[in-house]
Design a protein around this ligand. Structure first.
Ligand SMILES: [Mn+2]
Length: 278
């Protein structure tokens, strides 16, 4: 049945040329501003459109256009959440109270490429942010599950429907009611560890957990991103091969990867925006 054909795409991180190259490779076509695939496929992108690469807003625009063509879905990643929360004051209408995403140097560094584009054209961002706010934080479609970092049912059930209001975003902030679900599903479950410097040069006292290794064998296929996989795309090492990570480190020069369902094969393009990883 044609309705069940899906292309799933991982973290894009501002790599707009790479995104367009992958869409072309997959056979997607844009005609008069409308996207479609000759086989009637649908597309799901599992979050992290922005930050790191040269054209975050361009990526969001293309994703929005695909969704508005009625053929695609975007599931919010931690970088989209962080971008929205950057502009939401802790106390309504009181910027002196600070912001839900605290504006410290580390957070700014992560957001800087996107922030520069927003500063150049704030109204361009306003339209895109309004659209991002209406997108889901998890999705189930044609018997597949989609989430940015981790599908752990008790936490998925606690996620807000979307980030449509400032109040909802405030409730996602540190210590607030939605925070545990946002932390687990959008950033991934973590456990305490000895202090160490992570792959991004950030000092941490916690370590990410490979939750897919414990993903139940009888659960639906789950597609996710966020975890900076490397090497040849293949199913995540779960017990039943029913977990697929689509993040192959595009955000630092890796390829952009898609997984096709029901055919079950990967398609990837090398990075066209920054120096590819060796
Ligand atoms: Mn992420």
């Amino acid at each position: 049945m044609q309705a069940g054909k899906i292309d799933v795409i991982g973290d894009i991180h501002g790599m707009h040329r790479t995104f367009l190259a992958l869409l072309d490779q997959l056979g997607w076509r844009r005609i008069a501003g409308t996207w479609k695939h000759p086989e009637g496929r649908r597309l799901v992108q599992v979050g992290d459109l922005v930050d790191r690469g040269p054209d975050s807003l361009g990526v969001v625009e293309t994703m929005k256009e695909m969704c508005e063509s009625g053929v695609a879905h975007h599931v919010i990643g931690n970088h989209e959440y962080n971008a929205l929360a950057w502009f939401v004051p802790l106390v309504p209408n009181d910027p002196s109270s600070g912001y839900v995403r605290s504006r410290n140097p580390g957070h700014f560094k992560q957001f800087s490429t996107t922030f520069r584009q927003i500063e150049e054209n704030p109204s361009r961002w306003d339209g895109l942010a309004a659209w991002i706010r209406r997108q889901p934080l998890h999705l189930e479609m044609h018997g597949l599950r989609f989430v940015h970092a981790a599908w752990i049912p008790t936490y998925v059930a606690l996620l807000p429907h979307n980030l449509d209001s400032d109040d909802t975003i405030r409730r996602c902030g540190h210590g607030q009611s939605y925070a545990p679900a946002i932390d687990v599903c959008l950033k991934g479950p973590e456990e305490r560890s000895a202090p160490h410097i992570d792959d991004h040069g950030i000092r941490r006292r916690v370590r990410r957990i490979a939750w897919w290794e414990r993903y139940p064998a009888d659960s639906p296929i789950v597609c996710f991103g966020h975890h900076w996989f490397r090497g040849t795309p293949s199913p995540a090492p779960s017990s039943a091969g029913n977990a697929y990570c689509l993040d192959y480190s595009c955000g630092r020069g890796g390829p952009l990867v898609a997984w096709r369902y029901p055919e079950r094969y990967f398609v990837s393009v090398s990075n066209q925006d920054v120096t590819p990883l060796g």
